[in-house]
Design a protein around this ligand. Structure first.
Ligand SMILES: [Zn+2]
Length: 220
């Protein structure tokens, strides 16, 4: 089941020489030239067999830099001019594909630092080429990590429900939080946001302070 309607197949060398630099797009915006302006279209779009394609997408620039999946080493070998079946008003755009045996594999841009962890959403420096097979594997791992956060939320609810803030629950909460923090699963800021004020958050703050002192060689 394909989500795209396909209009044609193109070699990378039919696309890359015609990419439009994003600084040009920024300059035109500064000059007040809107996307709908014929001048803007003329400068940033190219016609492929009767279909007008925007040529400044970050994705194309990323693929020009690297056609190889950072996960498995598969090479993206051709572009397909396609349109999303569901998005009726959508324009034609290029999708990069590689071939594995008799399977066609779609390529995508992957955020090196996830947006959820403060990574830039559209900066070329935070993007890497990845096939969708590797991208889904990465997403699956992320789901496992999310369930850690859910587990923590259960503990917090339990702690909050307890009549007396039982020492054992507090210790447990501190232990789990510390493990999540040390493994890089949840950032310290996020943990402190989630944790109720009490033993666990106090302990994490203290640990972080100690770590900073060790790292920076600072003494108080
Ligand atoms: Zn891959």
């Amino acid at each position: 089941m394909n989500q795209y309607i396909r209009y044609g197949i193109y070699k990378p060398e039919e696309i890359f020489p015609f990419l439009v630099d994003q600084s040009l797009v920024r300059d035109m915006k500064t000059l007040g030239i809107k996307h709908a302006d014929p001048l803007f279209k003329k400068a940033t779009e190219k016609n492929y067999d009767g279909h007008s394609v925007k040529m400044y997408s970050t994705r194309y620039h990323l693929f020009k830099k690297n056609l190889v999946c950072v996960g498995c080493g598969m090479r993206g070998s051709y572009f397909a001019l396609e349109k999303d079946k569901k998005a009726v008003a959508d324009r034609c755009h290029f999708n990069l594909y590689g071939v594995n045996g008799d399977k066609e594999i779609l390529f995508t841009q992957d955020h090196i630092v996830p947006i959820s962890k403060g990574g830039a959403s559209n900066a070329l420096s935070n993007l890497q080429t990845m096939c969708t097979v590797c991208n889904h594997k990465k997403a699956d791992n992320h789901t496992v990590k999310l369930s850690d956060e859910q587990e923590l939320m259960c503990l917090i609810r339990e702690y909050n429900k307890a009549d007396e803030k039982a020492t054992k629950l507090g210790t447990n909460l501190a232990k789990v939080s510390e493990a999540l923090w040390r493994s890089g699963t949840i950032s310290l800021d996020r943990l402190l946001e989630l944790l109720p004020v009490g033993y666990a958050s106090f302990k994490l703050r203290a640990l972080n302070k100690k770590q900073k002192i060790l790292m920076l060689g600072e003494y108080e």
